[in-house]
Design a protein around this ligand. Structure first.
Ligand code: DOR
Length: 434
């Protein structure tokens, strides 16, 4: 099928494009990007479906490099199918799913299972992230080469830190030899202890045990030094503290190959929100203080933080409708990440072009996967965004199976209105069939 996206504001940081143009898609790839492309004519499939994109942003498909799908094992929270539908509705054409499933994705059979389910769903692209250590136990490395061969794109014990520095060193070295990234969940569990929210004024007032920011910073520092010493690269997941931002900024300045991501809740909320005791706000790392939130915003603005990922972590009411101390950590974000991130553009912290780079080109480069560009010949993965569209977050309408969203009822401006994967329209706003 041929598809012509006409007259949209094409933003493609990979080609330094931000102007009104047409995009022609043929055979699932980008075939032309130019001003006033004449519509291909002809019968028998020769013509193109022409879609008017006036007033919309046409961007390379958004890539979420940090999602938790709960299949295999916890399909009552999320399946690969429901997570893919949520991704598309949120404007993501591809997502990388973490290894903390049940069983853990620490073997070829689990990686292959995920890819088979993704192929059956035939919706967003799914990139499995395999575990660093067997069963996420931090004792013994998984078979990196075999997992790569099976289709994994990265390694991570996310949800748990790799506490053993020797094992982390080995992981970085093996992954580097395979040109694969290690996505590090930075948390010193001895410092975090039994903490359930950020350690500070609010935790003291609420009487909830705190998690000090140093528990994140110390591990970010360790991973940076390991990458520096071994000449490898490391990716820091879900950055939440001002200290981590500063460490990454300094490391980049001295040439260490470190990349980083944060999630929308860290630049949107602070620990003040937990005064409601809502368990949907319990997340690891925890929501931090205002200085941290501002530092994360600044880190995105100045390029210290490369990517925004949802850290979509679905849980059911069984895990969430309990006392704060017992609630499972995590919140869902596939369907709200773009709207919350566009607020940074509205506030003038990021330009639209920076945001597209952060949500598309950069994650593609870090994960070393296709996409993140609308260059001729690239996969036609495209996200169409209406920046003016105001909408209210209503979790009753979510494609995700879970409802642990602290943003229910929020008014947001800016939304994905069409998500195209490999030249096929997989999501269209207000279309009940998609
Ligand atoms: O809050 C979190 N939830 N943080 C993690 O690192 C893991 C995640 C999950 O899997 O639920």
């Amino acid at each position: 099928m041929k598809l012509m996206l006409k007259g949209g504001r094409i933003i493609d940081p990979s080609q330094d494009i931000d102007e009104t143009m047409d995009l022609l898609i043929e055979g699932g790839v980008v075939s032309k990007i130019a001003k006033n492309i004449p519509a291909p004519r002809g019968k028998a499939g020769g013509g193109a479906v022409v879609l008017d994109m006036e007033g919309k942003i046409v961007a390379p498909g958004l890539i979420d490099m940090h999602t938790h799908l709960r299949e295999p094992g916890h399909e009552y929270k999320e399946t690969i199918l429901s997570g893919s539908l949520a991704a598309l509705a949120g404007g993501f054409t591809a997502i990388a799913c973490m290894a903390n499933t049940k069983p853990v994705n620490d073997s070829r059979s689990v990686t292959e299972f995920i890819l088979r389910q993704a192929a059956c769903a035939n919706l967003a692209r799914i990139y499995p992230v395999a575990a660093v250590s067997i069963n996420l136990e931090g004792g013994c490395l998984t078979e990196f080469a075999d997992l790569k061969d099976a289709g994994a794109v990265a390694f991570s014990d996310d949800g748990k830190p790799v506490a053993d520095s020797g094992l982390m060193r080995q992981a970085l070295e093996y992954a580097c030899s395979l040109s694969m990234p290690v996505l590090s969940h930075c948390e010193d569990r001895d410092l975090a202890g039994e903490g359930m929210m950020n350690e500070g004024f609010v935790s003291t007032e609420l009487g909830l045990t705190g998690i000090p920011s140093i528990s994140e910073d110390i591990m970010v520092s360790r991973d940076i030094e390991l990458a520096c010493y071994t000449g490898t690269s490391v990716h820091i997941a879900h950055v939440s503290t001002a200290g981590a931002v500063e460490l990454i900024r300094n490391a980049k300045a001295r040439g260490v190959k470190v990349t980083a991501e944060t999630a929308p809740h860290y630049f949107t909320l602070t620990d003040e929100a937990i005064r409601t005791y809502s368990t949907d706000l319990k997340v690891y790392p925890p929501l931090r203080g205002i200085e941290d939130r501002n530092a994360v915003r600044e880190g995105l603005r100045d390029g210290t933080i490369d990517s925004i990922a949802s850290d979509h972590a679905p849980h059911s009411s069984i895990e969430k409708d309990v006392e704060f101390a017992y609630a499972a950590p995590g919140l869902i974000g596939l369907e709200t990440s773009l709207g919350l991130s566009l607020a940074l553009v509205d506030k003038g912290i990021l330009t639209a072009r920076q945001l597209i780079a952060i949500m598309s080109m950069n994650p593609a480069r870090i994960l070393n996967v296709p996409g993140g560009s609308l260059r001729k010949g690239e996969l036609a993965d495209v996200t169409v965004i209406d920046m003016e569209r105001t909408w209210t977050v209503d979790m009753k309408t979510f494609r995700s199976q879970s409802r642990n969203c602290p943003f229910h009822g929020w008014a947001l401006k800016g939304k994905a209105v069409m998500t195209i994967v490999g030249g096929a329209i997989k999501y269209r706003d207000n279309d009940p069939h998609l």
